[in-house]
Write a protein that binds this ligand. Structure first.
Ligand code: SAM
Length: 219
């Protein structure tokens, strides 16, 4: 069974957006879309792990510009075919290894869709610390991700010693993948983000959305 998350998303590229077709999630998706468009309106956004550009296209309706990176060319090829209403620079980029701080101008906001849940719990604090350095003082960190919903979410298959949870997933071609997928509590999300700024968390049925307004005197 494959355990490499990058390989998993490379193989899943063509079927990825099926997740956004689940009928019971349409109301939440609409609410999330509107909320993200309001929060990121007029901003220069750094989007990490943009995947097929599902959210890039949505937030491009109000953002000023987006720099959208993903490690996988297979998903970027789909993202580049989207029609975006603001300038978007799609690039192959590992968000664990962004260019050194100061090498490019600070962005107004960072956006991460459904990637928080794939970051090992023990690394989250360091990853957030590094990401927030790319964002200007007073800017924002915005994340959206899944809540675990019985009978809708894929069941948790196993848990490691650090408390990370894993799902066993099967792709259309029959291949099996063990994927790290965490479902943090609101308190855990708030506690991590509050180090960097004032944090608001929107709890929908299927998703959570966190918006951290960075302190104006941040490091
Ligand atoms: C769950 S998908 C989310 C895609 C998109 N943000 C969305 O919400 O539809 C996770 C994405 O993270 C990408 N990814 C995984 N590890 C990465 C890394 N280290 N750097 C950049 N992208 C990464 C995968 O290629 C995949 O496209």
């Amino acid at each position: 069974m494959n355990t490499d998350p990058v390989e998993y998303y490379r193989q899943r590229a063509l079927e990825y957006e099926a997740i956004y077709q689940k009928p019971e999630r349409q109301g939440d998706l609409h609410t999330a879309e509107t909320s993200l468009q309001e929060r990121l309106a007029g901003l220069d956004v750094l989007e990490i792990a943009c995947g097929t550009g599902y959210w890039t296209e949505k937030i491009a309706q109000t953002a000023r510009s987006i720099c959208a990176g993903d490690i996988n060319e297979a998903v970027l090829a789909i993202a580049r075919s989207k029609t975006c209403l603001c300038p978007v620079d799609f690039r192959q980029e590992d968000f664990y290894q962004l260019p050194p701080h100061g090498e490019e101008p600070a962005f107004d906001a960072l956006f991460g869709g459904f990637i928080w849940s794939h970051i090992p719990r023990q690394n989250l604090s360091d990853v957030l610390e590094s990401l927030q350095k790319r964002i200007a003082s007073g800017g924002r960190l915005v994340f959206i991700d899944n809540r675990f919903v019985e009978n809708s979410s894929t069941p948790v298959h196993s848990r490691d010693e650090a408390g990370n949870t894993y799902q066993q997933r099967r792709l259309g071609d029959g291949t099996e993948h063990l994927v790290l997928k965490n479902f943090p509590t609101t308190d855990e999300i708030r506690s991590l983000l509050s180090t960097f700024g004032k944090t608001e968390i929107l709890e929908l049925t299927y998703f959570w959305l966190a918006d951290c307004r960075l302190f104006s005197n941040k490091r």
